[in-house]
Design a protein around this ligand. Structure first.
Ligand code: AGP
Length: 611
């Protein structure tokens, strides 16, 4: 849950390149940031062979210390102009785990001498006992982090071992899921190790890059090597060596080509990524309608031949799985089990080689999901990933990855990836029912309906609703059937970015407890699509209205009990898609009304790579 970026090569603006990389990665963690750079000498490096002091391929720093700049808060308009010219630089955006959000706790961390710097993603589980041993050896610690222990451990081993070996030995002692990048002032190279947390090497011409997310590499290169768990890399300007951390044996480099373009990962004319991504949704649905049918057919065959299908995901992706279970039941008359990624590992004892796990994820790096999927694989289950990021951990772990195809999603609140998953699941359900064409037709309608929700009149209504609700403390959202996951997702979007407490629930559950919370003026949002749930859900809205609730009806037709009516054109079983887009826009405008940043909500990060 952090962004990492590194540069090694002939350019001398290393710190700036890293800062730009960090800006592109900030959605991965944004409570603090830092850049470390090995300054070139006080004179530029010479390639003159007579210059005895200059060793080709090595950075030149007479003082042999690394310059580190760290700050709390978001990067914003920060500059690294005060960092000297450098051809070896490394940076990190933090999402705090061990130690509060302070400048000292921000990464990179340095050893006692200031000549080794390190950034880390993950949790170093046994750091306390190692810290005690290092303290006895005289190491001085200044932060409360687990990360700082790693750099001192490397320093300790580097007294006797070559630097890559010292990093390897230290890394092998670190328990937990971790990725580290270390650099030393006197050598122009990074030593990198990964176990569980994502790291990608980007190949340039006479220069190389490192990042925790391939999207950050796009302005520089599309050629990458995704480090596998247990792999290390030694990265210099014109060489990348991959080794197995356990044995030290060489592993061949597997270059893959990224398919996204740099422009896709930019905000363009939108004020926030979230708004851009919301507006990209009709295009995403249309594209999946066109290209997803063949995949859906193939996946349908796999589902048919499996004995038990499980959909697993976290947060928004878990809600997509719940929606999938209704779609499977309604359209294909098939049962599917849904599980939350973090709970899946506790409920999979009955999986076997004929079981099928469909793992849903935007990032493909969600630790809770990856852990469950790994356990399922040990039971012999087949894993299909419906994932948005090419080459991500889940993509590589699965037996068969299917790309969602939503393009880079950078706002912390997932929007187009969710709608992308839903679109694939609609196609899959109809393919299972042998009615693939009908699925495509409904998705066409859904795209039109989303266009309508995003149109001027609808946005005006949603802005007015947001203005009316912005000071409320609680919002309740109800739905039945496919509108139940729509309610959960709408409530998650609202709480995640506007910080208003919102609860999504099955409307039938109201009278089993939550109705006690509804008093005069309590905002209650009800999804009332044109399906079999309409009557019963309307009854729920009425029960809330009768207790003074302020009723927001999201429906294909108005009703007298609505205090606010948000029309949504019917798209059959795919109506959940435009319904959810209403929820996304409402959450967005509530956040704007409150003057908050929808892209980087407090305490959260885009990629949840810790447990
Ligand atoms: C969605 O708005 C959230 N930020 C979060 O619930 C997210 O969906 C969840 O962390 C799963 O992420 P993934 O899709 O990348 O696996």
């Amino acid at each position: 849950m952090c962004g990492i970026f590194g540069y090694v090569g002939p350019r001398t603006n290393g710190a700036e390149l890293v800062l730009e990389g960090l800006k592109a990665l900030e959605y991965r963690g944004y409570d603090s940031w830092g850049v470390a750079a090995v300054p070139l000498s006080f004179r530029p490096p010479s390639r003159n062979p007579k210059d005895k002091k200059w060793i080709p391929g090595q950075a030149r720093d007479d003082k042999k210390t690394i310059i580190v700049k760290k700050k709390t808060g978001k990067i914003g308009g920060a500059s690294v102009a005060d960092i000297p010219a450098s051809s070896l630089a490394l940076g990190h955006t933090r999402w705090a785990t061990h130690g509060g959000v302070t400048q000292v706790n921000a990464h990179p961390h340095a050893d006692c001498s200031g000549s080794i710097a390190l950034v880390h993603n993950g949790i170093f589980e046994n750091y306390e006992e190692i810290k005690r041993a290092l303290l006895k050896k005289g190491h001085r610690f200044i932060s409360e982090t687990d990360t700082e222990v790693a750099v001192h451990l490397i320093e300790e081993y580097a007294k006797k071992l070559a630097f890559p070996k010292a990093v390897r030995r230290a890394f092998m002692e670190m328990k937990g899921f971790n990725a580290i990048i270390a650099m030393r002032a006197d050598k122009q190279e990074f030593v990198v190790a990964r176990n569980g947390s994502p790291l990608v090497v980007g190949f340039g011409k006479g220069e190389n890059f490192l990042a925790s997310d391939p999207a950050a590499l796009l302005p520089h290169t599309k050629n990458v090597h995704f480090l596998e768990d247990g792999e290390m890399a030694i990265v210099s300007p014109d060489n990348v060596r991959i080794i197995e951390a356990k044995t030290g044996h060489a592993v061949s480099v597997r270059i893959q080509t990224l398919t996204w373009s740099a422009g896709q990962a930019e905000k363009g004319n939108y004020s926030f990524f979230m708004l851009k991504e919301i507006y990209e949704q009709p295009g995403v649905i249309k594209m999946i309608t066109k290209t997803g049918a063949a995949q859906a057919d193939k996946l349908a065959r796999t589902v048919r031949s499996s004995y038990g299908t499980y959909m697993v995901g976290c947060g928004t992706a878990a809600y997509a799985g719940i929606a999938g279970s209704y779609l499977f039941s309604k359209i294909a008359h098939r049962h599917v089990n849904c599980a939350i990624g973090s709970e899946f590992g506790y409920a999979l004892d009955f999986l076997g080689p004929k079981s099928l796990v469909i793992a849903l994820s935007q990032s493909g790096e969600t630790m809770d999901l990856l852990e469950g999927v790994k356990k399922a694989k040990t039971k012999g289950a087949r894993v299909i990933a419906l994932v948005n990021v090419f080459g991500s951990s889940l993509y590589r772990l699965s037996d068969e990855p299917i790309l969602i195809g939503a393009g880079p999603e950078k706002a912390v609140a997932s929007t187009k990836a969710f709608v992308g998953i839903l679109s694939h699941l609609v196609l899959l359900s109809f393919a299972l029912a042998g009615e693939a064409k009908k699925g495509q037709k409904l998705l066409h309608q859904a795209a039109k309906s989303v266009d309508d929700v995003l149109g001027e009149a609808s946005v005006k209504r949603l802005k007015a609703l947001a203005a009316a609700l912005k000071d409320t403390d609680h919002i309740y959202v109800i739905g039945r059937g496919l509108s139940y996951p729509a309610s959960l997702e709408t409530a998650l979007k609202i709480k995640e970015i506007s910080y208003i407490h919102a609860e999504g629930m099955a409307a039938g559950e109201l009278k089993h407890g939550p109705l006690a919370l509804v008093t005069q003026g309590t905002p209650c949002i009800a999804f009332l699509p044109n399906d079999e749930t309409y009557g019963a859900n309307l009854a729920g809205a009425m029960e809330m209205g009768a207790r003074g609730g302020m009723i927001v009806g999201i429906s294909y037709k108005p009703h007298e009990i609505f205090d606010h009516f948000i029309p949504v054109l019917d798209a059959g079983e795919a109506t959940i898609i435009p319904n959810v887009v209403v929820g996304q826009l409402l959450a967005y405008y509530l956040t704007i009304e409150k003057g908050l940043d929808p892209d980087m909500p407090r305490n959260l990060a885009k990629s949840v790579t810790v447990k």
